[in-house]
Design a protein around this ligand. Structure first.
Ligand code: ADP
Length: 756
């Protein structure tokens, strides 16, 4: 008896099968001859048959006999009966010995029933295979089946059953049950094959459609391109936008909206009055950059280099900017806290924003918000309005051509709130990192991601910026430049730039240092350098005319001939009076243009106890006058009795710019005290500070600018509120050197020192 372990194959009695004699090698069988007895045992799992033991095989096997072996080595075997495998052993040579007994069947089907059930099943199969290409081949094969066991054995490899289920067919003793199992398995096979085939056919159909569509599109494309080449002037808008929408890389919402608009455009046609509006929309959304820019590592060294190269001084400002960039670098982020640059015009706020962009290698875009009063200017108009436009933010994004520019929002303190809604609340949404990744401009009507934009805001002062907006921002002060700083800015930056712009060469002109200083002191009055830049530009233009006309070969600009180049002497700064007059005191003011000195003049005249205020005074300053009068009345009850019979006139000469703010308080009090006591105050003493009714001197803003103005005007001593002492850190040494600075807490500290 030759024992052959097999796996996953159904073998049943009455089945005749063939195999090549080589196959027997795999079974470790050397030679076979007719009449050999075989026992096929069923392995429980797929394993090396040479290692199988009794526990690895199922208890029922198949006993078979070799019938013939032909000259080609084809072995014909007949399965004879099912057997119980009682024992299974392997000798030292590896030959298996088994102990078997025939396993009886329960004959519960008549041969007629068996035949008819088999024939029925075979016709199902024959019918089934008709639908398939391989059906013909299968048909020939099926016609050779002699009984249901032939059928199941030859289909064994195709049935969608696991080995356990297949073995069950071998295992059942009842023929009827076995027929049931085989029929069931066959039906399941046919159904599953049908389902899989249908799905495959459908997929194939879909693929074919796709290929077809692709091929048609390509053809259209080629034909259209040929047409375009013939008539380049008439490439249709629709086609242009079809292409640009496909290439823009928009998000899903945006693409859907753009295609919707494009369809409208197609339907409306060029003559429709809406066409222009639809065109503008598509033009806008397709030129926006929808690409998410990769984070590029920030090179702090390079950033420092760029900032130092482009801007003189501003040490603290640059430090803060570098800190911000370092935080961004650590977080590998393209944006960070929103910086707010606060300072007078021309102090370099916008241009340093531009340098940040350059340092980061990113696009730069500047948006001016001065005078914006309508929310729609930030957030866009809904497209239902005629003449609807995108808001300034998205318009700026389009201009930048990138999704991660450095965006300078200029003059955020000049937003106006009125009936058009509150633009600052719209701006809040733009700047809020929680919301701005899906910022929806009303015109676009689809979200756009602003989270990678680095926002930088500028303002002249923080007073008018609404609190919620201010809270979002990191304030960086631009203190304004001293005369020396302005001198170097002019020499290193403004003059070379103006030369380049005007085409005047270094060999054509010399500008003496004294001339530069004179331009700064006599032709400009500002904290920044904008006026200075203008004057230098004027000077270069004048030089250019002279050179081109050939009136001069080499120009030399000296203080003496400045008038010729720039024209009339620019500005008359207030300088302190030589003479001291009771009732007149020098004060310090902060204006948009920087610091200035101011004179508070007071006089008592015949009248009836009226108060007359003249000059450029804002509301806040008028309030300071009232407080000052009350305070002086309480300090000098006797001396101020005259206020009841005489008119008190307070005048603040106009100077160059209107002044407001509470910081003139101490100056007004001192002027009134000087008036009522009749004692003059030295004009070289100036002061600044708000006063309270209790006589305290309270802190003020703009100290660096005010002290610079004091030096310029010839002041020697300045009284400042004690609480402002820490601001002295921001005041340049060259300014502090020139002044005696006296911090004070109380009004009487000033009075006692200046009224003597
Ligand atoms: P702001 O935005 O504060 O009004 P800008 O940035 O427009 O000022 O500056 C005005 C001009 O002055 C620009 O041409 C700028 O290059 C120049 N400028 C300002 N500050 C400096 C500086 N520290 N170094 C060099 N140039 C400066």
């Amino acid at each position: 008896m030759i024992t052959i372990p097999i796996y996953d194959t159904i073998l049943l009695p009455d089945v005749i099968f063939y195999f090549k004699s080589e196959v027997t090698d795999e079974w470790n069988v050397q030679t076979l001859k007719a009449g050999d007895e075989l026992c096929f045992v069923m392995l429980r799992e797929d394993m090396d048959p040479n290692k199988a033991e009794l526990r690895d095989i199922y208890p029922i096997g198949i006993y078979a006999r070799v019938e013939t072996i032909d000259a080609d080595g084809n072995v014909k075997v007949r399965a004879v009966s099912r057997v119980n495998v009682l024992d299974f052993k392997r000798n030292r040579k590896g030959v298996i010995k088994v102990d078997l007994e025939i396993r009886p069947e329960i004959e519960d089907l008549t041969p007629e029933e068996e035949d008819s059930r088999f024939e029925q099943l075979r016709s199902r199969f024959l019918n089934f295979v008709q639908n398939y290409q391989w059906g013909l081949w299968a048909r020939a094969f099926m016609l050779q089946w002699k009984n249901i066991y032939d059928l199941v054995c030859s289909m064994s490899g195709y049935l969608m059953m696991d080995w356990e289920e297949k073995y069950e067919i071998i295992e059942v003793d009842s023929r009827k049950e076995r027929y049931d199992l085989i029929e069931h398995a066959s039906m399941a096979f046919m159904e599953l094959t049908d389902v899989a085939e249908t799905a495959e056919q459908q997929q194939q159909q879909r693929n074919e459609n796709l290929y077809r569509e692709d091929a048609i599109k390509k053809q259209i494309d080629i034909l259209q391109r040929e047409l375009d080449e013939m008539h380049p002037e008439s490439i249709s808008d629709v086609r242009k936008f079809e292409k640009s929408i496909a290439e823009a890389g928009m998000n899903e919402d945006a693409e859907r909206e753009a295609r919707k608009v494009l369809n409208r455009m197609k339907q409306e046609g060029q003559d429709s009055h809406e066409y222009g509006m639809l065109y503008d929309y598509l033009d806008f959304v397709t030129t926006l950059s929808w690409k998410t820019e990769e984070y590029v590592p920030i090179d702090l060294g390079k950033a420092e280099e760029v900032l130092d190269r482009e801007h003189y001084g501003l040490k603290k400002v640059k430090e803060r900017i570098i800190q911000q960039l370092a935080v961004m670098a650590l977080n590998k982020k393209q944006s960070g806290s929103i910086l707010l640059f606060v300072g007078a015009p021309g102090t370099g706020k916008t241009s340093i924003g531009q340098s940040i962009a350059e340092a980061l290698g990113r696009k730069y875009v500047r948006i001016s918000l001065g005078g914006v009063r309508d929310e729609a200017e930030i957030r866009g108009h809904r497209r239902t309005y005629i003449g609807a436009m995108p808001g300034r933010i998205m318009e700026g994004m389009k201009r930048s051509g990138a999704s991660n520019p450095v965006m300078v929002l200029d003059e955020v303190d000049k937003l106006v709130r009125d009936y058009g809604g509150d633009p600052s609340s719209a701006l809040l949404e733009v700047l809020d990192p929680e919301q701005n990744s899906t910022f929806t401009d009303h015109y676009m009507n689809v979200p756009y991601d602003l989270s990678n934009v680095l926002f930088v805001c500028t303002a002249n002062s923080t007073d008018t910026i609404p609190e919620p907006l201010l809270n979002r921002m990191e304030i960086i002060e631009f203190p304004g430049y001293t005369a020396t700083e302005k001198f170097y800015i002019a020499k290193k930056h403004l003059i070379p730039k103006a030369m380049k712009a005007s085409g005047v060469k270094r060999k054509d002109i010399t500008i003496t240092d004294a001339a530069v200083r004179k331009v700064i002191s006599d032709y400009t009055m500002e904290s920044g350098v904008r006026g200075l830049k203008k004057q230098i530009d004027t000077l270069m233009r004048y030089a250019a005319v002279k050179l081109v006309k050939g009136e001069s070969e080499k120009l030399s600009v000296k203080p003496a001939n400045l008038r010729e180049y720039i024209g009339h002497r620019g500005i008359n700064h207030d300088i302190i009076d030589k003479k001291s007059v009771p009732g007149v005191v020098t004060g310090l003011a902060w204006t948009m243009a920087g610091g200035e000195i101011l004179f508070i003049e007071t006089k008592l005249i015949h009248g009836s106890g009226k108060l007359i205020i003249t000059g450029q005074l804002g509301d806040v300053m008028k309030e300071s006058v009232s407080i000052a009068i009350s305070l002086v009345k309480s300090m000098y009850p006797e001396e101020t009795k005259c206020f009841e019979e005489m008119d008190l006139h307070i005048h603040v000469p106009e100077g160059a710019v209107p002044k407001d703010g509470p910081s003139a308080g101490i100056t007004i009090v001192t002027a009134l005290t000087s008036l009522v006591t009749g004692k003059p105050v030295n004009p070289a003493i100036a002061m600044t500070g708000e006063v309270s009714l209790r006589g305290n001197v309270m802190p003020i803003g703009g100290l660096p600018e005010k002290l610079m103005a004091a030096v310029r005007a010839g002041v020697k001593t300045v009284f400042i509120p004690e609480k402002n002492v820490e601001d002295l850190e921001d005041v340049a040494e060259e300014v502090k050197k020139e002044l005696e600075i006296v911090p004070v807490k109380k009004v009487k500290d000033v009075i006692s020192r200046v009224i003597v």
